[in-house]
Design a protein around this ligand. Structure first.
Ligand code: GZL
Length: 341
């Protein structure tokens, strides 16, 4: 009897032990350490990947209100903010870089989602762009370019200013196959628009066409009047010069005022302007401009889309060029009613 009882106990113990050991043996292996979460993309917001425009605060430290082009550019951003429902922190720097830099610093302090910067000139942005980067705020350069290292901003969207200059030169090359002497009324000194247009113009202009003088009108109608008056004091229209390359329509309208006062008639000179504003179209209809190279200011929709992608941690292109063309008098009257700026 003793043997039976102990055998039973032994067998029971064996069963218990084997159940316990097998349970241990089948215990889930320790979970592998969770893979580290992918680092957030630069500029990604805490609402990612579900940010909407309601979450966006865009800083737009506009450079000024110097031209119809700039007015249309401002409206493009304000209209898009109203349409999409994002907050636009807008300021007007009155064409002074120090004012733009102060506005960017204020936006950094505010902790905006994105800074869209339309730089008045190319140089002098490294410090404030570094401050924005160190604050984790992405910068999209809008319209004109900057000379700062591209690592300091996420993207640039704007026109190919060199191509605009080349397109203007091609008009003079076609008009004056046997050569000519021309004047240049250039934009804001040191601005990416003026630098690029001047560079492209000279690169493409035939060698038998001579630029006998060039002065800046700072992209404004008012400043172009005395510049054109001074040109007319020095050079006889038609005799000393046969054409003018003007970096934007507003300066072109100022030049027309001075030309009219000096007795010059539409068509006496070959004038090529840039922007393609309503004023430029009217100058083509009236016979003053023989071509107007398009420069599109309506960048608000694209920049808003780029900014929302950044907030949601999505990649955006480093360089976005606007598609543009050249307008001519023969279509100006037909197209004028549909012009948006
Ligand atoms: C060009 C833009 C220029 C326009 C001018 O992209 O920066 O500035 O050509 C404007 O009309 O003032």
């Amino acid at each position: 009897m003793f043997l039976k009882k102990n055998t039973f106990k032994f067998l029971l113990l064996t069963v218990i032990l084997s159940v316990v050991l097998s349970a241990c043996g089948t215990a889930a292996a320790p979970a592998a350490p969770a893979a580290p979460a992918a680092p957030a993309a630069f500029g990604q917001a805490s609402c990612a990947p579900n940010c909407t425009y309601k979450d966006m605060v865009m800083c737009y430290p506009q450079l000024g209100a110097e031209s119809d082009w700039r007015t249309a550019n401002t409206a493009s951003f304000k209209d898009q903010a109203a349409k999409d429902g994002f907050q636009l922190v807008f300021s007007d720097a009155q064409q002074k870089q120090e004012n733009q830099i102060s506005a960017v610093r204020a936006c950094i302090q505010q902790g905006v989602s994105v800074i869209a910067l339309p730089p008045v000139v190319e140089d002098g942005w490294d410090a404030v762009l570094t401050e924005a980067k160190n604050a984790g705020i992405p910068v999209i350069i809008v319209d004109r370019s900057v000379s700062a290292d591209p690592s300091l901003y996420v993207s640039h969207i704007g026109s190919d200013m060199k191509l605009e200059g080349e397109r203007a030169a091609e008009e003079f090359n076609k008009k004056f196959p046997n050569g000519a002497k021309i004047l240049e009324l250039s934009g804001t000194t040191g601005s990416g628009a003026a630098v690029g247009r001047a560079e492209g113009f000279r690169a493409k202009l035939n060698k038998n066409i001579e630029i006998i003088d060039s002065q800046t009108g700072n992209f404004t109608r008012a400043e172009a009047v005395p510049v054109m008056q001074a040109f007319l004091q020095k050079y006889k229209p038609g005799t000393d010069f046969q054409g003018i390359f003007i970096h934007n329509d507003d300066m072109g309208l100022g030049a027309i005022e001075a030309l009219k006062a000096a007795g010059v008639k539409p068509g006496d000179l070959f004038i090529v302007s840039v922007d393609g504003t309503r004023g430029g179209f009217q100058a083509m209809i009236d016979g003053w401009f023989q071509a107007d190279v398009e420069c599109n200011p309506l960048l608000g929709p694209q920049v808003a889309e780029m900014a929302l992608k950044l907030m949601n941690g999505q990649p955006i292109d480093k360089n976005v060029l606007t598609n543009e063309t050249v307008y001519y008098p023969d279509k100006a009257a037909e197209l004028l009613p549909s012009r948006k700026y």
